[in-house]
Design a protein around this ligand. Structure first.
Ligand code: FAD
Length: 516
C-alpha cells in the first residue's frame, strides 16, 4: 500500500505541463504523484454503425489526436521523472478505485464546465469528501472563471459579447507570469493491483479497417501546440493586424487562422498562455486590432460561449432553452444525409463537408457556410442535427463552443439577421475563383472549367463529358434550388420569429405545428 503522502493528478483535458495549476499543486509536498488518464468507453468505443470510422461520439481523427496528445504528455512526464498511467473504464469508478488503492490524500484535476464532467466530478468529489481526501480543482481551461463572471453580472450570464467584455474585464492572473515549466515531479508510487497500460493505439482500441485516404494534417500534443503557437506569433505584424472576417476560408495549404483550436480543446495549449503571448506581441507593435476581430478577441469569444453555456439550462437543445428561438425545423433525414455525406450538389458546401470528414477542421467562415446552408439558409434542417455531425467529426469539437455557434448560425440565439444568407455559389468564388479548394477536396470535379466549378449543373453536357464528370451520375444535382429554398427559409423564419415575439418566447410544440 502506498504511503499517506500521495496525490492523484487526474488528466481529462488540460493535457499539458505548462500552466497547469492542478499538476503544480499535485506535485507540491507529495512523496508520490500518480498522473492518471482514464480511457472512457463512452467516448472511445468503436461504433460499427457510424457512417465514417470512429466512436458514436468522436470521429477517428479526434481519437487519434487525443492518443497522440497522451503519448506526448507521457514523454514530457518521463522527462520530469514520472509517467502517465492509463486505465480503462467508467472514469468516476476508476478514479474512486485508484483513490482507495493508492491511499491518496490529495486529488487534483482541472475544473470542467462540460455537463458530462460536472456529473462525473460530483460522484468523485462525494467519495473524496467522505474519505477525507483533499480536492483541488482549479479553473484553467478558460481565461475567466465562468461562475465569477456570472456572479459579477448579478447571477445571469451576459448574453452579448460586448456586455461579456464589460463584465469580465481583465483576467486577474494576466499581470503575473504563469508556470511554464516544472522541476522534477515526485515519482509514481506502487500501483497495487491496477492494470496500468501504455497509451493504446487506435487498433488496440478495437478500430479495424480504419484506413482513410487522407488523414488530418494536424498532430496532437503539447509539443506540437507550443510549436504551432510559436509559428503563429512569430510574424508580429500578422498577429497585430489579425481581423477574423477578412481571412480566406478556402486557404487550406496555409490556413488563414492559427489552427490552435484542437490544442485548446484538449488543453494541450493553455488559453491563458496563448493570451499572454498575444499581449506580449501587442506591447511590441505600434497598433493592433481589438476584440471582437483580433486574436485576443477570438479567445474572448471562446470564454463568452463557455460563460453563457455554464448558466443556461438545456444550452445544447431548442426545447427548454430560454435563450433559443423556437423554430419549426424539419427533420428531413434525406437532406441531412446529403449534407453530412457531401452530396448536396453544391461543390462549395460539399468540399467543406469533405474537409470536415477528412481533416476534422475547417475555417470559421467555411463552418458558417455549411451551418447556414443546413439550417436557415437552404435545407431548414434542425441545428441540433448539424451540431451532432460537427460534434463527432471536428477535432476541436467543444461542447460549449459548438453549441454556441450552432445557436448563432441558425439564428436561434445571439444573432438574429435571418435575411442574411450565405450563397453556396458566390461566397466561395470571391476568395477562390479558380476553385482550387473544391478541386482538392472533391477530385471528381478537378477538371471542371473554372466557369462552372461552383455550379457544375450549368455546364453543357459536352463540357461535363470533357471534364469526366456527368452531373447526376458522377456528381449529384443540387438537392434544392438555392433561390427558391432560401426564399422559403426566410419566410418560415419570419413566421417563427413573429410567433416567438407574440408568445414572448413561450412557444409550445402545438404552436410550432401550426407553422409546419
Ligand atoms: P483562430 O481564428 O486562430 O482563433 C483562435 C482561437 O479562438 C480558436 O482556436 C478558438 O479557441 C477561439 N475561437 C475562434 N473563433 C471562435 C468562435 N466563433 N467561438 C468560440 N471560440 C472561437 N470552435 C471550436 O473550438 N470548437 C467547436 O466545436 C466549434 N464549432 C463551431 C461550429 C460552428 C457552426 C461554427 C460556425 C464555429 C465553430 N467553432 C468551433 C468556432 C471557430 O470556427 C473555431 O474555433 C475556429 O475556426 C478554429 O480555428 P483557429 O484555431 O484557427 O481559430
Amino acid at each position: 500500500m502506498a504511503s499517506r503522502s500521495s496525490s492523484l493528478m487526474w488528466f481529462r483535458k488540460g493535457l499539458r505541463i505548462h500552466d497547469n495549476p492542478a499538476l503544480e499543486y499535485a506535485s507540491k509536498g507529495s512523496k508520490f504523484v500518480y498522473p492518471l488518464f482514464v480511457i472512457d468507453p463512452h467516448y472511445m468505443e468503436p461504433d460499427p454503425n457510424a457512417f465514417s470510422p470512429g466512436s458514436s461520439r468522436a470521429g477517428l481523427n479526434r481519437i487519434r489526436f487525443l492518443l497522440e496528445s497522451l503519448v506526448d504528455l507521457d514523454l514530457s512526464l518521463k522527462k520530469l521523472g514520472s509517467r502517465l498511467l492509463i486505465l480503462k473504464g467508467d472514469p468516476s469508478e476508476v478514479v474512486v478505485r485508484c483513490l482507495k488503492e493508492w491511499n491518496v490524500n490529495k486529488l487534483c484535476f482541472e475544473y470542467d464546465t462540460d455537463p458530462y464532467y460536472q456529473a462525473l466530478d460530483e460522484k468523485v468529489k462525494d467519495y473524496a469528501s467522505t474519505a477525507g481526501i483533499e480536492v483541488f480543482s482549479p479553473v484553467s481551461h478558460t481565461l475567466f472563471n465562468p461562475a465569477e463572471v456570472i456572479q459579477k453580472n448579478g447571477g445571469k450570464p451576459p448574453l452579448s459579447y460586448q456586455s461579456f467584455l464589460k463584465v469580465a474585464g481583465q483576467p486577474l492572473w494576466a499581470s503575473a507570469p504563469l508556470t511554464i515549466s516544472l522541476p522534477l515531479l515526485s515519482p509514481v508510487g506502487d500501483v497495487g493491483s491496477c492494470e496500468i497500460s501504455e497509451v493504446p493505439t487506435v487498433e488496440e482500441l478495437g478500430y479495424r479497417d480504419c484506413e482513410q485516404d487522407e488523414l488530418t494534417p494536424f498532430r496532437g500534443g503539447e509539443s506540437e501546440a507550443l510549436k504551432r503557437l510559436r509559428e503563429s506569433i512569430r510574424d508580429k505584424e500578422w498577429v497585430a493586424n489579425f481581423e477574423k472576417p477578412k481571412g480566406d476560408p478556402s486557404a487550406y495549404l496555409k490556413p488563414a487562422t492559427t489552427v490552435l483550436s484542437p490544442y485548446l480543446k484538449f488543453g494541450c495549449l493553455s488559453s491563458r498562455y496563448f493570451y499572454q503571448c498575444l499581449i506580449d506581441v501587442y506591447k511590441n507593435v505600434k497598433k493592433h486590432t481589438s476584440p471582437p476581430v483580433s486574436l485576443v478577441g477570438q479567445l474572448m469569444w471562446r470564454d463568452f460561449f463557455y460563460t453563457v453555456a455554464f448558466a443556461t439550462p438545456n444550452f445544447d437543445r431548442m426545447k427548454g432553452n430560454r435563450i433559443c428561438k423556437q423554430i419549426p425545423w424539419s427533420n428531413d433525414d434525406e437532406l441531412l444525409a446529403a449534407w453530412r455525406e457531401a452530396r448536396t450538389g453544391y461543390p462549395w458546401i460539399d468540399a467543406i463537408m469533405v474537409q470536415l470528414r477528412k481533416w476534422g477542421w475547417m475555417h470559421h467562415l467555411a463552418r458558417h457556410c455549411v451551418a447556414c446552408f443546413l439550417t436557415r439558409g437552404d435545407l431548414f434542417v434542425h441545428w441540433e442535427k448539424g451540431r451532432d455531425v460537427f460534434e463527432r467529426l471536428l477535432i476541436d469539437s467543444d461542447w460549449e463552443i459548438n453549441n454556441g455557434n450552432w445557436l448563432w448560425l441558425s439564428c436561434s440565439s445571439f444573432f438574429y439577421q435571418y435575411n442574411r444568407i450565405y450563397s453556396p455559389v458566390s461566397f466561395g468564388k470571391k476568395y477562390d475563383p479558380n476553385g482550387n479548394y473544391i478541386r482538392h477536396f472533391l477530385p471528381v470535379l478537378k477538371d471542371m472549367p473554372k466557369e462552372y466549378i461552383y455550379e457544375p449543373w450549368a455546364a453543357p453536357l459536352s463540357i461535363q463529358t470533357k471534364a469526366k464528370c456527368i452531373i447526376g451520375k458522377d456528381y449529384p444535382k443540387p438537392v434544392v434550388s438555392h433561390d427558391s429554398a432560401s426564399k422559403e427559409c426566410r419566410r418560415k423564419m419570419g413566421e417563427a420569429y413573429a410567433l416567438n415575439q407574440r408568445l414572448n418566447g413561450q412557444v409550445s410544440e402545438d404552436d410550432l405545428k401550426t407553422l409546419r
